[in-house]
Design a protein around this ligand. Structure first.
Ligand code: SF4
Ligand code: SF4
Length: 249
């Protein structure tokens, strides 16, 4: 597991990876069966994994019967309340709820943070509703993990400093060989009966996830398509449709 965020009542002096978390928030259940992501690795015995999923418990657990798994359909609720698969407020609410953070503190922090980044009042209110819905649905849990050692060490990140562009972090999870299509929420499908092979979607795809097949037709590389649906927006013939991954309606 590679994790980057932590919170504590105490001052956090270590800057670096979290190798042995008490709580793991898994926002895409396709990562569970991905050996490179392996989001249960390092999760402490007695810890809690919150998983955004519609799958049954048995297919999520992956043999980790020493942790508590909390399943919640964040994507479905985000689509219903926000109209978009943006999960941040919901996952914050889930982690806050199971770890005993008060609802008032969560909602105040959410409103302030979202207001600070310039979100309109309507969207802030919808995010508060989303968080409240998730918070209400879950119950607080007692963490039974072993004592967490106090860390004072600063962990250096392997970073290539660029000339003008953004720095490139070369640690695990940033390889060009990493397939990026497994966290897709929506799956585009081309209707070849309507498609005229104009290549507009090919030109617009920001992930270079379109190619030309042996039959000369444009095709989607599902290993790397992130489901941004720009191809659907740009197709002049409405030949691209979207469906939710995992067969969810
Ligand atoms: S959904 Fe986005 S990433 Fe996938 S093929 Fe269409 S434009 Fe490319
Ligand atoms: S933009 Fe539409 S019509 Fe053109 S190649 Fe893509 S899917 Fe086919």
């Amino acid at each position: 597991m590679t994790a980057f965020t932590r919170f504590s009542d105490d001052k956090i002096t270590e800057k670096g990876f979290v190798f042995a978390p008490d709580v793991s928030a898994i926002m895409d259940d396709s990562l569970i069966s991905d050996p490179m992501a392996n989001p249960f690795a390092g999760l402490r015995k007695g810890g809690v994994a919150v998983v955004n999923t519609t799958k049954p418990q048995a297919s999520v657990l992956q043999g980790r019967d020493d942790v508590t798994v909390v399943r919640v359909d964040l994507t479905g609720k985000a689509l219903r309340i926000l109209g978009k698969p943006i999960l941040s407020s919901g996952i914050a609410a889930a982690v806050a709820r199971i770890s005993g953070i008060k609802k008032e503190a969560l909602l105040t922090a959410l409103s302030e943070e979202l207001g600070d980044i310039g979100l309109g009042a309507d969207m802030v209110a919808k995010n508060v509703e989303f968080a409240t819905t998730i918070y209400r649905e879950l119950a607080p849990l007692k963490l039974n993990t072993e004592e967490v050692p106090t860390a004072e060490e600063l962990v250096p990140l392997a970073v290539v400093v660029s000339d003008g562009g953004i720095e490139k972090v070369t640690n695990t999870g940033n390889s060009y060989a990493r397939h990026t299509g497994n966290w897709r929420t929506f799956r585009p499908t081309i209707d070849y009966a309507k498609c005229t092979n104009c290549m507009i979607c090919y030109a617009y795809c920001p992930e270079s996830a379109m190619s030309v097949g042996e039959d000369g037709r444009v095709k989607i590389d599902y290993d790397n398509c992130k489901g941004c649906m720009i191809c659907m927006t740009e197709c002049p013939l409405k030949a691209v449709s979207q469906s939710r991954e995992g067969g969810v309606q």
